[in-house]
Design a protein. Structure first.
Length: 193
């Protein structure tokens, strides 16, 4: 029997080759929420699952994705693939916290993200904690107001993270040097003392 050259062996689900591939890419994925929905049909109920997954490389890149399927592992795989395609890069200060405080919103969900001193840790609720852990943030304080829906909280957090600027980005926009911008901030602190 002749084999079709276009057909490739797909990796098995579970802890097999798929997990090894994730380790090669150095991505960490976290399952945030799974929802079971039932469709009532003539013979009874048909169940399907919707998964919400956050993926990050712990170096400032993070993404989220959703997937729906009849089985849980397939829904998680689809969500993980979508999250890897939709990653954003977030500038981190000293590789451990955010550069400045920021607010984000999506629908009725509102989030406030604040920088923190070394040793503070991640003070955040469930979905936001997953984002910060996969992104590699070590010190942050986050508060969610409004909607407690996991989808809204994650989208609001990504809205805030997309607005985050580093001193280098601000310097490029203004056509100045990084030292001018950061120096002013240190100088302003010295004047107050």
């Amino acid at each position: 029997m002749a084999r079709n050259p276009n057909s490739e062996r797909r990796p098995q689900k579970g802890n097999g080759p798929e997990r090894e591939r994730d380790r090669e890419d150095d991505f960490i994925d976290k399952l945030v929420h799974i929802n079971r929905v039932a469709k009532v049909v003539k013979g009874g109920r048909r169940f399907s699952f919707a998964a919400l997954v956050v993926v990050g490389d712990q170096k400032g890149r993070v993404g989220y994705g959703t997937g729906k399927a009849r089985e849980v592992p397939e829904a998680i795989r689809k969500a993980t693939d979508q999250a890897k395609r939709n990653m954003i890069r977030v500038p981190l200060r000293e590789g451990r916290t955010l550069h400045h405080d920021i607010q984000g919103h999506f629908g009725a969900g509102r989030v406030i993200l604040r920088t923190a001193e070394p040793g503070t840790g991640i003070i955040a609720g469930g979905p936001m904690r997953a984002i910060f852990e996969t992104m590699g943030v070590q010190d942050v304080v986050a508060k969610s107001t409004g909607s407690a829906n996991a989808h809204n909280m994650i989208k609001a957090t990504f809205d805030a993270l997309s607005l985050l600027n580093s001193p280098r980005m601000v310097a490029n926009k203004r056509g100045k040097k990084v030292g001018d911008i950061v120096g002013r901030r240190d100088g302003a602190a010295a004047v107050k003392e």
